[in-house]
Each structure stands twice: as C-alpha cells, then as structure tokens.
Design a protein around this ligand. Structure first.
Ligand code: TXA
Ligand code: MG
Length: 313
C-alpha cells in the first residue's frame, strides 16, 4: 500500500472536500492557497478563521477562465484585454489578478468580498489547480495559505507546518514563488495595486497603467498594501551588502554571495521563485537576524522589494 500522510489528499478527494464546504490547501503557479467554495459564507468563514485574517481583507476568487470570471465581474475593454493576454495558460507570465466591479447578486459570499462592490478574480496557470476548478465547476476563494502576516507558502510542507491536519493537495514547489500581480480596472484607468512577476512594464504593453499611491482620495481598500505582511518570525533587515555576526545571510547575484543565494546569476525571476522558500528556511535557523542582500528595484525586483519591505518588523 502506498503510504499517504494523514493530511495529504489526492485529486479526487479535493472535490469531495470542497463540495462539502470545507477548506483545502491548493497549489497554484504563484503560492499555495487555502481554497473553499466562494459562494458559501460558512466555507469562507472557515478560511478567515484558519488564517486569523481580519474580515475587512477580501479574498481573491479563482475561476477557470474569462468566461467564468465574467459571471461575477464587469469587465471593461481594458480588463478584457488584460485577461485575454495574461490568462492564457500557455503564457509563462500569467500570474495576474484583476479587480473589477462585482456583478451584484451573482452569488459570491459577501464575506469573501469583505463587503466591497469590487471583486478580485484570477485564473491560476497551474494544471492541477485548473483541474480542481474544472471538476468543482464553481468559484474558489483562495488567499495565500499562511496565517495572516506570515510568510507565504511555496511548498505543501510550508502549508502542512502552518496548518497541521489541513487536507492538502501536493503540487510540488510553486514555480513563480510570489503572489500574483494585482491590477484594479476602473472606468478612468488601470491601477497597479500589488507588484508581482507580471511587471508594470509587461502590463503597459497591453494597457496604460498607473502605480497605486496609497492615500489618494479614492484610495481602494487594497489591504494587499497593508504595511505589515509576509513577515518571518526572526527580525529581518534588507539592503545588507554583507552579514554581521549572528545573521543568516540571503545573498543575491555574484556581488553578494552566500550559501543561500536568491540567484547566483542575478536573475530576478529566479530570485522571486526562491524568496519565500529561503525566508522560511532562514526563519528556522534560530539566528538573531535575517539579513538580505540589496535587490535592484526594477522589474520583478519591485515585487521582491515590496514583499521584503513589508516583512521588516
Ligand atoms: O497569487 C496569489 O494571488 C495567491 C494565490 C493563492 O492565488 N493569493 C493571494 O491571496 O495572494 P491573498 O489573500 O494573500 O492576497 C490577496 C490580496 C489581498 O491583499 C487583498 O486585500 C487583495 O488581494 N484583494 C482582494 N480583493 C480585492 C478587491 N476587491 N480590491 C482590492 N484588493 C483586493
Ligand atoms: Mg497573502
């Protein structure tokens, strides 16, 4: 008999558990999610409880394709262009979440939307996640599978450690490794709410896009911009050209070497992929501090620095 750890489930179980209104750990292209039926207040409430997530912080709703997304959201021309470009499974950089006006009474739990009149929708570019969505045949609310304010999970083991006993579908290590880019498609233009592997430059090829500056009059509730987030338990410092005694050092590129180097060649995509995994590892080493090498603040580097700057205590 094949040994199956108590919390590891197989594909067929996933649908049964989701249909019964319970939560599973679901692999995606970016990070693991805590997934449940987005139409069920009870299922969604369980996600919030598991994560200790404040109820004002809405969840991303995962769907199979643009057609399913349009059942729940009003897509204007720019939103459609973005979805058509980035939600094509063959695209390598498709980790994009699109915020659009919510189609009132289309059935999503208002708890999942935190009472907002907008909805964040995403098609994960992950074979297993898409298979689950297709079999479930409904929308899945799925925030990252970490307790609120902690590091995001990029392996099933991270999820298992954070939520012992939770049924988890193991899809291996997430290839992208940081959460999706989030854009808000408004009538008067597109705002970048959370940087990610899809960069502002990538987006600009498709539609004009402005970076969201918190504090504007029409400031959206984009708690992805909550200040403290993604924090390891160990204190962390960034922009360190070398470690001090007592530090565990995470390097970057040939100029800032370390046995834990986000990318020896200085490749930002590779660095993003390793970021949370290395932070999880560094966090278990009982060092006084985690020190991180400087990361160039351009392209994907902006997403990495965004996550790092929120992890500083
Ligand atoms: O890559 C990802 O996006 C992962 C995987 C699991 O899909 N999910 C993820 O979810 O990162 P979470 O909950 O950790 O982050 C979602 C972010 C939150 O910061 C939330 O505030 C924001 O999306 N959000 C959700 N609905 C929104 C809305 N209607 N308007 C603005 N921001 C929204
Ligand atoms: Mg998260």
């Amino acid at each position: 008999m094949v040994h199956k750890p108590a919390t590891q489930i197989i594909f067929d179980d996933a649908n049964t558990i989701l249909k019964s209104g319970k939560v599973i750990g679901l692999p995606t292209d970016t990070v693991y999610g805590l997934a449940a039926d987005a139409r069920s207040d009870l299922a969604v409430a369980e996600i919030y409880a598991l994560k200790s997530r404040p109820s004002f912080n809405p969840l991303i709703i995962h769907v199979q394709d643009l057609q399913q997304a349009q059942r729940y959201g009003e897509f204007n021309a720019e939103a459609i262009r973005l979805a058509q470009h980035f939600w094509t499974p063959s695209k390598t950089a498709s980790a994009l979440t699109i915020v659009v006006p919510y189609k009132k009474d289309s059935g999503i739990s208002s708890l999942a939307l935190a009472g907002l009149d907008t909805i964040a929708l995403r098609v994960p570019n992950h074979t297993l996640a898409l298979k689950v969505l297709s079999q479930f045949n409904g929308p899945l609310a799925a925030p990252s599978a970490n307790p609120s304010n902690c590091l995001s999970p990029t392996t099933a083991e991270h999820v298992r450690t954070a939520f012992p006993g939770l049924p988890i579908l193991d899809g291996g290590t997430c290839t992208i490794g940081i959460e999706s880019t989030i854009v808000w498609c408004k009538d008067d233009g597109v705002l970048l709410l959370r940087p990610g592997i899809v960069t502002q430059e990538d987006l600009k090829v498709i539609v004009p896009v402005q970076k969201f500056i918190p504090g504007q009059d029409d400031a959206p509730q984009a708690p992805g911009s909550l200040k403290k987030h993604y924090a390891p338990k160990t204190p962390m410092v960034i922009n360190m050209t070398k470690p001090l005694p007592g530090d565990v050092y995470i390097g970057f590129g040939p100029d800032y070497p370390s046995s834990m180097n986000l990318s020896e060649t200085g490749d930002l995509k590779e660095a993003a992929g390793n970021l949370f995994r290395y932070l999880h590892t560094a966090d278990t080493q009982n060092k006084q501090r985690i020190a991180i090498a400087p990361i160039p603040d351009s392209g994907i580097g902006q997403a990495i620095n965004d996550r790092l700057s929120r992890g500083i205590k």
